[in-house]
Design a protein around this ligand. Structure first.
Ligand code: WT7
Length: 651
């Protein structure tokens, strides 16, 4: 049995169902089931209607032009994402409403009203323009979770420049790779970041990353100050605050972008090769992000929305910045970790700011479960009315704990399935309508034609599993992979004609609910972060001691999956704990701490087929202690016996 099989057999026994309370239902934004049917009959009409919730400088001529695999939505229409997220709210009753409530790790906090946020975005846009940033240029952003991060995104959007955010946990090498691929002329970073009271040396990483790249200017936000001990390179490095004081206080006119102009790139891991620069465009992305706030998150004007993700990942792009701000929400943004200074940190913030909607990841929920219910019990969580989860399949036990100990049985839970590529949540409950089943993301949202199909692309019957696909284009779908349209075509549309293949396995139950089983490619989901096995393998073999490496994901109680690496060393190299530690550090330096293998097993040989393909399936079986499946295709069956013995010894 694989990970996916065991998840499936657990899920098939899951029969609990949860309906929203009468009062939630009565007040929900979406109360009428017919929305599904009308959107199904006319998806373009549905999305066009949703797009009317944005402010357009000029109307679009076409809703959709589709020439598989290329979609254009709302083309000819003119709009600006930053205008939609900030400026339009400054003109009405939301002018002095809190847009971002920011909580910093050492206990400091800042609040930006829409009007204040607008002024900061305009100043940052002037600053970038003065540095030579123009429409269509790429700007890489490598910042901790401080207000300058969303301000940078919005400043790029205001100019019409394309942002590429690189999560602050990535190494200098990973940052460099992304800077080079995007051909970014400006990098925005910070002197350092805070994490559990310790410093993260962002500027030092940036210094290493930008050498011999197209980056001419490094803008440095002073987050930490003298303690960070950074050195500034004359002619290249400039301080954010020093530039800002020189910018005019005048408003920055929003660039009138075409709906199909690129809003951002965001890199994500794939099965093979370098990370892919996922391309999102302005009108379609913003439409679905904005719509989901109303439908999936049932957002009202007085909600306080807390998404615990980092803006370095797509969840933060869509549910800290573009979704909630375009909808005029108040978002809570947190710099630090959930256990600093105490394990009640999230609950403290829920109480302090009166959070009404909380959106977090299964891995965090499992961690809270492990810590115990005494931490949420320390706080008044009665303001919460809706809970969300994202990032990986949620196990029903974690769902139930979330429901009982955080939602006190009162809050619907939206388990939202989506990906960097889909832009926004597209398989998820509508909380006032959907009967939830713990562990299922339930049904595609209105306007999304997702399905589970067999290897011929035929829809599976209820009670069966297969590939998760999306049959029709949707506005927030990725448009291509930056610089590699062929890879885009092959990766997502290579398997079935005209259908988007998500890379996840899924099961469809008798009610048509979708149960996501996990990735079916060589991508590992560690704590909701996507890591390609190939990337970790390449990092390992770049070490002088390593001859060959095979990396797999093993089920893990908290992280969902953990990385196990099987490594063969070169002649004459001594294996042992010292080398294990060195290799783990080497992967951290090459990619980042989230890709650090949990365990490394040295082996004389790796199991291979006669055509020299590494049999990862066998390695997974060994790592998870299962009876081994078919080994007849192995070139040398004795390798497996040796490996099993070695694996047991290493435990
Ligand atoms: C992969 C996408 C979308 C934001 C975070 C991850 C897995 C995501 C769920 C969910 C089951 C989920 C899938 C998907 N995934 N949400 N609710 N239930 N699986 O974005 O890094 O692009 O990863 O995360 O495997 O393919 P990402």
């Amino acid at each position: 049995m694989t990970n996916r099989d065991s998840r499936l057999s657990n899920l098939l026994h899951e029969t609990r169902q949860f309906s929203p309370s009468e009062s939630f239902r009565e007040n929900a934004n979406v109360r009428d089931e017919s929305i599904y049917e009308s959107a199904r009959q006319d998806p373009e009409g549905y999305w066009s209607e949703q797009a009317q919730n944005l402010s357009w400088f000029a109307p679009y001529e076409n809703v959709l032009k589709w020439q598989s695999p290329h979609a254009e939505w709302f083309s000819g229409g003119k709009l600006n994402a930053a205008y939609n997220c900030v400026d339009r709210h400054r003109q009405g009753p939301r002018k002095n409403k809190a847009a971002i409530i920011w909580e910093g790790e050492p206990g400091d906090s800042r609040v930006y009203t829409y009007d204040m946020l607008g002024r900061e975005v305009d100043r940052a846009a002037h600053m970038l323009q003065d540095l030579g940033v123009r429409r269509g240029d790429r700007v890489t952003i490598y910042l901790p979770m401080i207000p300058e991060l969303p301000i940078s995104l919005l400043a790029c959007a205001k100019i019409g420049a394309i942002h590429s955010v690189v999560f602050g946990g990535f190494s200098s090498k990973a940052l460099r790779q992304r800077i080079v691929d995007a051909d970014a002329k400006v990098l925005i970073t910070a002197d350092a970041g805070w994490r559990r009271g310790a410093l993260i040396a962002l500027k030092a990483n940036a210094d290493e990353a930008v050498v011999d790249t197209p980056t001419e200017t490094v803008v440095v936000v002073r987050r930490v100050g003298a303690q960070a001990g950074v050195s500034m390179q004359a002619g290249r490095d400039v301080y954010w605050h020093e530039l800002l004081v020189k910018t005019p206080g005048a408003p920055f006119p929003a660039a009138e972008m075409d709906a199909e102009d690129i809003l951002f790139l965001l890199y994500t891991s794939g099965t093979t090769g370098n990370p892919k620069g996922i391309v999102h465009t302005t009108g379609g992305y913003l439409t679905v992000a904005n719509t989901s706030m109303r439908t999936v998150f049932d957002m009202k004007d007085d909600d306080i929305f807390f998404c615990t993700a980092d803006i370095g990942w797509v969840t933060g792009h869509t549910y800290i910045v573009y979704g909630p701000l375009s909808a005029g929400a108040t978002v809570v943004m947190y710099e630090g970790s959930p256990d600093f200074p105490g394990r009640d940190r999230f609950w403290d913030m829920v109480e302090k700011y009166g959070v009404t909607i909380l959106y977090t990841a299964p891995t965090s929920i499992r961690t809270f479960m492990k810590w115990g219910a005494q931490y949420p019990q320390m706080h008044d969580l009665r303001t919460l009315r809706l809970l969300g989860t994202v990032g990986e399949p949620i196990n029903p036990e974690a769902w139930m704990w979330y429901h009982e100990h955080i939602g006190h049985g009162r809050c619907p839970i939206v388990d939202t399935w989506w990906q960097t590529e889909t832009g926004a949540a597209i398989i998820a409950p509508l909380p006032g309508l959907t009967v939830a089943k713990p562990g299922s993301a339930t049904r595609p949202v209105p306007g999304i034609d997702a399905d589970v199909v067999d290897e011929h692309g035929q829809s599976v019957a209820p009670g069966h599993g297969g590939y998760l696909v999306i049959r029709k284009p949707w506005p927030s779908m990725l448009r291509t992979i930056w610089g590699d349209d062929e890879r885009f075509r092959r990766t997502y549309f290579g398997q079935f004609e005209g259908m988007y293949v998500a890379g996840d396995g899924a099961h469809k139950d008798a009610d048509g609910y979708v149960w996501i089983l996990g990735r079916i490619d060589d991508v590992i989901n560690v704590s909701g972060h996507r890591i390609g096995t190939m990337e970790v393998e390449s990092a390992l073999v770049s070490h002088r001691a390593v001859a060959e490496a095979a990396v797999i994901g093993r089920s893990h109680d908290i992280k969902g999956q953990a990385i196990t690496a099987f490594v063969t060393v070169k002649e004459g190299i001594e294996t042992g704990d010292a080398l294990i530690a060195e290799l783990k550090q080497h992967v951290t330096d090459s990619i980042g701490a989230m890709a650090r293998p949990e365990e490394i097993i040295f082996t004389a040989e790796l199991p291979k087929t006669r055509s020299a393909k590494i049999m990862r399936r066998l390695l997974r079986d060994i790592a998870e202690g299962r009876v081994l499946g078919d080994t007849t295709t192995l070139a040398d069956p004795s390798v497996v016996e040796a490996l099993k013995t070695q694996y047991k010894e290493s435990e």
